[in-house]
Design a protein around this ligand. Structure first.
Ligand SMILES: [Zn+2]
Ligand SMILES: [Zn+2]
Length: 190
């Protein structure tokens, strides 16, 4: 076995089994512990594995930080307002709130197989396409303007609207409503 093959094998074991002792690796591969250390060295340097109290273990790659940011406006997108766009290639895009979710959807509509948001009142995940959107309610959620809130039930959305104002829209209505408002507020056109 070439060193590179042994390294691949070691990585596979570590991913499957967690932590392994150097002695265990050496006997499985039928090579000396010296050789195992040599094989491990580049893996340690490249942060693929780490030393632990009883051997070595695979480094779980942290999710890159940008994954926690809104793809549309780069605000943090890890709260309950965030929206997920699931694309045909199985990747997921995250936005900070339905405002960005809808605008992003409009940009990449053909790639999106599903859009998921959370009901503002119950926190239950709902399909963005069947959700009801309350736009410009009088309640500051500290995210993007015009502010968009998603609801599962039209009844609850209108009850909420009675208290906080705003206008109710279906999925496609909401998209065209926001994009119109955004055009109007384009500060770069002065
Ligand atoms: Zn955003
Ligand atoms: Zn936002």
């Amino acid at each position: 076995m070439l060193p590179i093959e042994r390294q691949q094998q070691i990585l596979t074991w570590l991913e499957e089994e967690g932590t392994l002792r150097v002695s265990e690796i050496s006997s499985r591969l039928s090579v000396s512990e010296m050789t195992v250390y040599r094989d491990l060295k580049p893996l340690l340097e490249n942060n693929k594995i780490k030393k632990t109290s009883n051997g070595v273990s695979a480094v779980i790659q942290d999710e890159p930080a940008w994954k926690d940011c809104c793809v549309y406006c780069l605000k943090p997108a890890t709260n309950r307002k965030s929206v997920q766009l699931i694309k045909a290639d199985h990747t997921i895009e995250q936005t900070c709130c339905p405002h960005c979710g809808l605008l992003r959807y409009q940009d990449i509509e053909e790639e999106v197989v599903q859009i998921i948001c959370r009901d503002f009142l119950t926190d239950v995940t709902i399909s963005g396409k069947t959700a009801i959107y309350l736009i410009n309610a009088d309640l500051n959620l500290n995210c993007c303007q015009p502010q968009v809130i998603a609801f599962d039930s039209r009844k609850q959305a209108s009850q909420f609207q009675m208290g906080f104002g705003g206008t109710l829209h279906s999925f496609h209505e909401a998209i065209s409503f926001i994009s119109k408002q955004m055009q109007g507020s384009d500060c770069c056109k002065h």
